[in-house]
Design a protein around this ligand. Structure first.
Ligand code: HEC
Ligand code: HEC
Ligand code: HEC
Ligand code: HEC
Ligand code: HEC
Ligand code: HEC
Ligand code: HEC
Length: 403
């Protein structure tokens, strides 16, 4: 469903996934050497991915001792309810935003609470997700045999898709079917084959290596990973206040004591646009992660920080083009194109003849409003259901996706 670094150098995709940097290097070498060099590069690439998988965000954002994806040693997380008294505005909207609901315990997942029984059939296989007492159970049957496990965690709000993580015979599995909002029912999970499974085991789901499972939790929940160790007993589901602001124990104690000289909490609002893109990119993925995984093509439309920094509009010093210029991290995003016009018009005049101060970029010869409709086109990923907005702001002359 999601693209994490470990997955990218798996056997099936070997050559293709040796990073972009490596590919560029490859072109430099003469043909007879190619085979040898290719294999060396693949080994290096594998090593690099191995190391990098453990270091996914620390390398990327090294300004603070904790990371948005990792708890620091001895960090004291207190939970969102501790922030409510003093910051009611953020606590009202953030926990129910898609980021706040990026991971839910099955029993709390709105999708599963609204749908007490979900089914999906393919070939001889029947999938059922249903409540049993206070648990939600994922079951696959081929008519004769049945495999079932309680759902460990629900990933995603279901805005585009909700995938389930399961534990079966000591391993983690990503469910073969996901819930999709547009059809209000189950369908094959993105990235899994859409054909009838060959066996009951294959029908159950895709095995997720332990290191990869930690990455899922690291990006979708708070305080669940320390170093490279998954600590599910400490997990706070979803991206919570402390996911972006860091452990809040010290801040709460300081603020309660009345000594307010030093807030003792991180505010990403103080970062320059370029650093902010890296901060959000710990999960949303910037060029560092994209180069690491060697991905290209339309799949990279999911990685807004990477795409945005490739736009001519982007300037790492200019807050008018940082993520916060267009998104409030405490709220669901606006889906109204008109909302974004003012953001563009802070740099581009609507009419070329009368720019106001600060509007130093060029004016559009074609449109005066709904800028994003034409300059941030949307792409549906193969498999359907999921639509993303290309953050590489540009004149889109064709429907092609520029790398
Ligand atoms: C007892 C009241 C209180 C509680 C509880 C509290 N805060 Fe604060 N917080 C404040 C006050 C007061 C300020 C303003 C401090 C200042 O401007 O120096 C503040 C400022 C902040 C800032 C901005 C810091 C900056 O440098 O600009 C962030 C971020 C923040 N709080 C997050 C949180 C989070 C997350 C929690 C829950 C873990 C939390 N707060 C709990 C009182 C509180
Ligand atoms: C710890 C990981 C993490 C960090 C850090 C993070 N995000 Fe997210 N964000 C997510 C995940 C996961 C989702 C997908 C949630 C879903 O749809 O289930 C998401 C979704 C979003 C969305 C879509 C929400 C909607 O309303 O549809 C926006 C916009 C967004 N993030 C912006 C930001 C910005 C801006 C920052 C930096 C200030 C940021 N994110 C930092 C993990 C993160
Ligand atoms: C590097 C951080 C990262 C890792 C690792 C990661 N995710 Fe995500 N995931 C995101 C972000 C950011 C989004 C929102 C943008 C998108 O859909 O690509 C997301 C979106 C999703 C969605 C769609 C949510 C929705 O509401 O549409 C699902 C489901 C999901 N991830 C499941 C997983 C699973 C399962 C794993 C582990 C196999 C995983 N993710 C690993 C960051 C991550
Ligand atoms: C996805 C990351 C993210 C999450 C989750 C998040 N914040 Fe923030 N928060 C930010 C950013 C970025 C800023 C800076 C906003 C700005 O300057 O426009 C900020 C600013 C703040 C501030 C300073 C107020 C201000 O206007 O400058 C407070 C207080 C705060 N957040 C509290 C919270 C609380 C409480 C929660 C949980 C309910 C929370 N935040 C969740 C990213 C996040
Ligand atoms: C100039 C404005 C602008 C900036 C800057 C911007 N975004 Fe967006 N973003 C948008 C628009 C427009 C949408 C689509 C809104 C809609 O129609 O749903 C969007 C949608 C998203 C989504 C939902 C998934 C998708 O691709 O449609 C995520 C996640 C997101 N942005 C993250 C980010 C992050 C992270 C950054 C910083 C690297 C960022 N955005 C910077 C305008 C912006
Ligand atoms: C921080 C200022 C800034 C913001 C905000 C901004 N741009 Fe730009 N944009 C520029 C600059 C600078 C250029 C390159 C020089 C020029 O064309 O004036 C540019 C170039 C462009 C181009 C031509 C790109 C190409 O590849 O030829 C388009 C189209 C564009 N911007 C549209 C937009 C739209 C639409 C928005 C809002 C979603 C936006 N810009 C937001 C500064 C900005
Ligand atoms: C109906 C689609 C459409 C809308 C809406 C639209 N544009 Fe454009 N824009 C275009 C096209 C097409 C071009 C290329 C024109 C050409 O080169 O002949 C363009 C060109 C541009 C350029 C490059 C100008 C140059 O001198 O190179 C900028 C900047 C730009 N648009 C910004 C914007 C902004 C800002 C908005 C919103 C106020 C906007 N556009 C609304 C279609 C649109």
């Amino acid at each position: 469903m999601c693209i994490s670094p470990n997955r990218l150098c798996d056997q099936k995709n070997e050559g293709k996934h040796c990073g972009r940097l490596d590919r560029q290097r490859k072109r430099i070498f003469a043909r007879p050497l190619l085979a040898v060099i290719l294999s060396i590069l693949c080994i290096l690439c594998g090593l690099r991915l191995l190391l990098a998988a453990q270091d996914w965000s620390p390398k990327n954002f090294s300004r603070i001792d904790w990371q948005p994806t990792r708890a620091a040693e001895g960090a004291h997380y207190v939970g969102t309810s501790s922030c409510a008294k003093c910051h009611p505005e953020q606590v009202r909207t953030q926990p129910v935003s898609p980021m706040g609901l990026a991971l839910q315990r099955a029993q709390d997942a709105p999708v599963l609470r609204a749908h007490r029984r979900l089914t999906f059939r393919t070939g001889p296989f029947l999938y059922t997700i249903e409540w049993e007492g206070d648990r939600v159970v994922y079951r696959v049957s081929d008519g004769q045999r049945t495999v079932s496990e309680p759902i460990l965690a629900a990933f995603g709000l279901g805005d585009a898709g909700q995938t389930y993580l399961l534990q079966h015979q000591g391993s983690y599995y990503e469910s073969r079917v996901s819930f999709f909002n547009d059809v209000q029912t189950l369908d094959f999970t993105l990235g899994h084959p859409r054909s009838v499974p060959e066996s009951l085991e294959g029908a159950f789901g895709k095995k997720v290596r332990p290191g990869e499972a930690s990455l899922c939790f690291a990006c979708h929940s708070t305080a669940s990973v320390r170093g490279t160790t998954l600590q599910l007993d400490r997990m706070i589901p979803g991206i919570t206040c402390e996911g972006c602001h860091g452990p809040g124990g010290k801040h709460v104690a300081t603020m309660q004591s009345g000594d307010r000289k030093e807030p003792s909490i991180f505010n990403p609002g103080g970062l320059a646009a370029g650093d902010l893109v890296e901060f959000c990119g710990s999960c949303h993925r910037g060029s560092f992660q994209v180069e690491l995984t060697g991905m290209s093509g339309v799949q990279t439309v999911r990685f807004q920080p990477y795409r945005l920094t490739g736009s001519r509009c982007f300037n790492p010093q200019d807050p008018r083009i940082g993520c916060l210029a267009c998104h409030n991290p405490h709220q669901s995003r606006s889906r109204d194109a008109a909302f974004y016009d003012a953001k563009c018009l802070s740099c581009h005049p609507a009419v070329s003849t009368e720019p106001t101060s600060g509007q130093t970029a060029s004016a559009c010869p074609v449109g005066k409003k709904l800028c994003t409709d034409c300059h941030m086109p949307k792409f549906v990923l193969p498999g359907g259901h999921l639509e993303f907005t290309d953050h590489r702001i540009r004149v889109a002359r064709t429907k092609a996706f520029p790398d």
